[in-house]
Design a protein. Structure first.
Lengths: 303, 287, 303, 287
């Protein structure tokens, strides 16, 4: 299916950065998936340490674990103490194992909420960087309530009265990603993906053969352009030619500028309005769909 | 800290436990059954099983679907379905393994509406909002329409201060609707947060199976979470966990009883006691 | 040391029920300890089920465990939905093992707080019955943060804006008991104990010999009368002759009446006042001591 | 939900990480030391060790006491001790193994004041409230006087909006003061709750050892919990756990690093980096 299905159908309504048209027409969906997962791609800490050189990482859910798959802490950004969250995949094999390839256990979400409550207490805005294949599909995660942890996080973000901006910087894998991406603004790096299921999982469900991941990726509409067209993200941040890993500094500057541009107006917004907008952003996130003449939820007067 | 303590007293309260609550609201519809019970192997007599709320003598709880759940919980004649005319469409041009539109059309020809139906009713005389999943409709998956029905219901229950009873059975988010299906997790939880903020009681009844995006959104956030005996409840299915981690999973992993031990479920309630228990909880929480 | 040391020194300022003077002068401290631990003594559920026949027990901390050592749930009491908490020791050996002899793990405190937040949400008063040798002294409890769980509970009770009445009905063992006994009013059954350390632990610390528990008990001042005299509890509820286990019904009626008598005025108190009183109750709980002419914290003007 | 978002901006902020923060506020006092390091066995030169904040080259952190902690954290001349004249008495007529009054008198003759000392200071120029435990005074146990000093300090820090830095080292509640010592857990946490409610930053520095009633009250409730490398931190001591449960405890059980893994400690910070880290946190949390 053509990548510009949505733009044809509904028209773009959010921003797409100043991308070079050349590249966006030449990469296949699977090439984008591979760029999003590229082992040299910048990870959360690469951005956070550039944005806030005085970053202090905090640890622990204050219940029973610390989750190294999620980095959380505070730093000064644009002269203001800011809470940073970010999935962290790890560079070396040892670090990948320790960080579980960026796949969070329940305690990661609980750590995030604990520190988000500090953000509320002290009035710090929140920046969340998303880069995970998904929440960890393991027995320990189930035993410690991964479903409830994600569910509770999704609900609590709507009741967190400070500005939140999020960006998918690599893989945005299903509920594990969404649990860290309920925000006032959600951006995507150009070659990142955001999906209801990974291509492998989708192939496994559809054909019981996860080798058919390339076909599945084509079907899933998971590129930044698809998401932008569907109205799920506000902006796509262009990457340098060849991908983010080719130029860390350039990508970081572009991402930082975009995040700040979106955060800035939120800082002066009254809290009630902020939360109401966040509510409506997700409550009517399928509104482009609803606007389709032959589709969906019809507005109906209240009982 | 700003919450006022609201004292309320029921004078001469009649304890619900002393009042008979029928097992079902009305006679259950027939449902498709295997010929033998998968737990004890006994040959099944459909009409007998129907009389005992589709629970085998051995305790096996057969899966019930949307209409059966409505019949079980809603008092006769009290069910008012809402937004039943809102219906799904294929928007992503989904083709594999078969076109999504064909999947939808087929389910609707079988008389199914969507994976979630919602409306108002009385339960043993107590007014409730009721949302029921139907596993027959694309595995009970959370779709845009399902999410919309749920979110609207939560909003209206919050506005009218009516307790909400949910019955889940789902494989998760509906892949065929792509990332917009994923976004339903946020959409329903946003609305659910408003229900909680309005201090309206919310009871979640977890039935077999409840997984993925549904357990990771509205299913486990009840004021009280009730589960049917033996129901499989989790985030990732056991098959995928085994594939991903090569782990041996213990017997009973992800069962309702496992979730009780893991602190996620308040009560494992046999189906024949469910209405009585919900009625008692409704009294306690609206007391 | 004479059991009436405190009354001699400071004078009784709270209530002592209509106890038969005979018995309270004849039991040794160790006999009281044995009554408090008597295997036939009524446990929390014996009281709760009498007070609220429609009691529904709720389970789980919504994190990773349920703690059977603490019963928690809702029932109708005096026509009003009330949250009940109670340590539960278990009657049979199997039940004792399951309930861990009433010694809580961290998840017990987390379950209590979860349900206390429902009490706040819906405006239910809280009744807490205390009967524990202490929090569980085991590795699993340490790994899951028992200290932080108790600490967090103690702090959160002060911010729980509904009336709370507590009663020590058997053993009030150290921090494990206090974690469930921060309340607007704290009562004790006559033959219950409440102590900074168990007699065995104290003997072990003092003599490295926990067999000298009888001497340690004498020293600890842990009887209801001691606690009343120190101003740590508001009232002692008399037990039937021979102890609570001799007459469940009689003890339950006496306890229920006392709890209700203390709860009733709290129900109409403005929330700010309620919390301020709870604060002052514990903030100045050693005020009888401070009033001692040659002792302690001197009042000093604020800086 | 009623909390306003309070935007604050530091224009032209100088990152503290780029500014030199001295390792100690003033020269540390001499402390009693063994002749050899218990970790690496090397012979100790007290004056050398004093210069390196009582940390052996092998990384072993020697226990420091109240006055040393004040010297480490407070800038020279900035320490203003409060309520030092409030002193403990034997109220329970405690006699075993020796009279409590004798224990107190002896400690005071050794120049010790109480298990907790508290006051105001500046830390690298930043105003703070400071509370330090002294393990030499009856094992750093929480007493009525200790609790009173802590509670008053929290109340005043809340009123003046001054960040609070606590340094713990304690065996728990002071048995010799009976149930009134236990009540100090509630007393200090009540006041600590007000400090948190006033949105005043609270940093807890956990040193070896921190146990019992202190870890079960104020020690682990910091906005940030920092621990010294190797410090033993827990509720029940390992010896008692072994007695009670016959369990084999793994190496490193209850160490600072264990508590980091168990999610209770944010940062394990070597003593020579502590002031710099606290200064940075003070800037971030008051930014
Ligand atoms: Zn059967
Ligand atoms: Zn050494």
């Amino acid at each position: 299916m053509p990548a510009n299905f949505w733009s044809r159908t509904l028209g773009l309504s959010w921003e797409f950065g100043t991308m070079r048209p050349r590249e966006r027409d030449t990469l296949s969906v699977w090439q984008v998936v591979e760029l999003a997962r590229h082992p040299d791609r910048p990870y959360s800490l690469d951005y956070i340490k550039r944005m806030a050189p005085d970053f202090v990482e905090l640890h622990g859910d204050r219940i029973s674990h610390d989750d190294p798959a999620l980095v959380a802490g505070l730093g000064t950004w644009h002269g203001r103490t800011t809470v940073f969250f970010g999935h962290q995949k790890g560079r070396t094999l040892a670090e990948r194992v320790r960080r579980n390839w960026g796949m969070m256990h329940p305690e990661g979400y609980r750590k995030a909420l604990r520190i988000a409550r500090q953000a509320v207490k002290f009035g710090f805005p929140i920046v969340s960087l998303v880069d995970t294949p998904g929440a960890f599909p393991g027995a320990a995660a189930e035993e410690r309530g991964i479903a409830a942890a994600i569910a509770g996080a999704i609900m609590e973000w709507f009741e967190t009265p400070v500005p939140i901006v999020a960006a998918v910087i690599g893989e945005g894998g299903s509920g594990g990603a969404l649990g860290m991406a309920v925000a006032d603004r959600v951006l995507m790096l150009e070659n990142s993906t955001y999906s209801v299921a990974s291509p492998e999982a989708a192939a496994s469900i559809v054909w019981r053969d996860n080798a058919r991941k390339v076909e599945a990726a084509d079907q899933l509409q998971l590129t930044s352009r698809d998401l932008l067209a569907m109205g799920v993200v506000e902006e796509v941040v262009p990457e340098p030619e060849g991908g983010a890993h080719v130029d860390y500094e350039g990508t970081a500057v572009a991402l930082e500028n975009a995040l700040w541009r979106h955060l800035q107006p939120l800082l002066t917004m009254p809290v009630d309005e902020l939360l109401q907008h966040r509510y409506e952003r997700f409550r009517y996130i399928d509104s482009l769909i609803a606007a389709h003449p032959d589709f969906g939820p019809k507005v109906e007067p209240k009982v | 800290m700003s919450l006022p303590f609201r004292g309320r007293v029921r004078e001469g309260v009649l304890l619900v436990s002393m009042v008979h609550v029928p097992v079902t609201g009305t006679k259950l519809p027939p449902i498709a059954l295997s010929t033998n019970c998968p737990s004890c192997g006994v040959g099944l007599v459909p009409e007998e099983l129907r009389e005992q709320a589709y629970v085998c003598d051995c305790g096996h709880h057969f899966r019930m679907h949307g209409d059966a759940w409505i019949a079980l919980l809603a008092d006769e004649g009290s069910w008012r379905e809402r937004w039943a005319d809102v219906r799904p469409h294929d928007l992503l041009d989904w083709k594999v393994p078969k076109p999504y539109q064909q999947t939808i059309d087929q389910a609707r020809q079988e008389g199914l509406n969507e994976a979630v139906r919602t409306g108002t009713a009385t339960l043993a005389g107590r007014p409730v909002w009721l949302g029921v999943f139907d596993f027959r409709f694309v595995g009970g998956t959370l779709s845009i329409v399902a999410g919309e029905r749920l979110a609207r219901g939560f909003e209206q229950a919050a506005a009218s201060h009516t307790p909400y009873v949910l019955v889940t059975a789902s494989g998760g988010a509906r892949m065929q609707e792509g990332v917009l299906a994923l976004m339903q997790l946020a959409k329903v939880n946003a609305a659910l947060g408003r229900l909680h903020a309005a201090r309206v009681p919310y009871f979640s009844v977890l039935t077999d199976p409840t997984f993925g995006g549904v357990s990771a959104s509205l299913a486990l956030l009840g004021d009280v979470n009730l589960a049917e005996p033996g129901a499989a409840i989790g985030f990732t299915g056991a098959r995928v966990i085994k594939q991903a981690t090569y782990a041996d999973l213990p017997p009973g992993f992800q069962s309702a009883e496992f979730q009780l031990e893991c602190g996620q479920v308040d009560l494992v309630v046999p189906r024949v006691e469910l209405r009585e228990r919900l009625a008692r909880l409704l009294d306690l929480y609206t007391g």
